[in-house]
Design a protein around this ligand. Structure first.
Ligand SMILES: Cc1cc2nc3c(=O)[nH]c(=O)nc-3n(C[C@H](O)[C@H](O)[C@H](O)COP(=O)(O)O)c2cc1C
Length: 115
């Protein structure tokens, strides 16, 4: 996992992508922001990575301002991952995860209504 995040950060940094990866209960949720062409390439990479299944795009929309300035890939997961002392790591608890997911899903519904 540490290696995956570090490799992803290298690509994202070179491609001008910033964002956040959340790993919880054997599932990932990722938010990525950056130049549209770079996001297209990343999306294709994610879809063709054989380690994934059920890859789903929840929402995609233009953004006036980045939310993750300077962070090529924040990483959030169970506090267990603190032992690896990764930079840009923040622990999540099950309750936090439910709130995060609810907020993503409500944003997705709002966007679908708006477009
Ligand atoms: C959950 C998950 C999230 C990933 N996020 C990224 C990412 O943000 N940036 C990235 O370059 N690779 C990410 N990867 C790795 C890509 O799926 C892919 O393996 C990697 O980009 C290497 O692709 P390439 O060999 O075609 O260059 C992620 C992989 C997983 C499993």
């Amino acid at each position: 996992m540490v290696l995956l995040v570090e490799r992803a950060r290298l690509y994202n940094q070179a491609a001008g992508i910033t964002g956040h990866l959340v790993y919880f209960d054997h599932s990932f949720m990722q938010y990525a922001e950056g130049p549209s062409a770079a996001i297209d390439i990343l999306w294709r990479k994610l879809q063709s990575d054989p380690r994934h299944f059920d890859v789903e795009l929840l929402a995609r929309f233009p953004l006036a301002q980045r939310r993750y300035c300077g962070s090529s890939l924040m990483f959030s997961a169970m506090p267990y991952y603190q032992q690896y002392q990764m930079t840009g790591f923040s622990p999540v608890e099950p309750g936090d995860m439910d709130a995060l997911l609810a907020s993503c899903l409500s944003q997705q519904q709002t966007r679908q209504v708006a477009t």
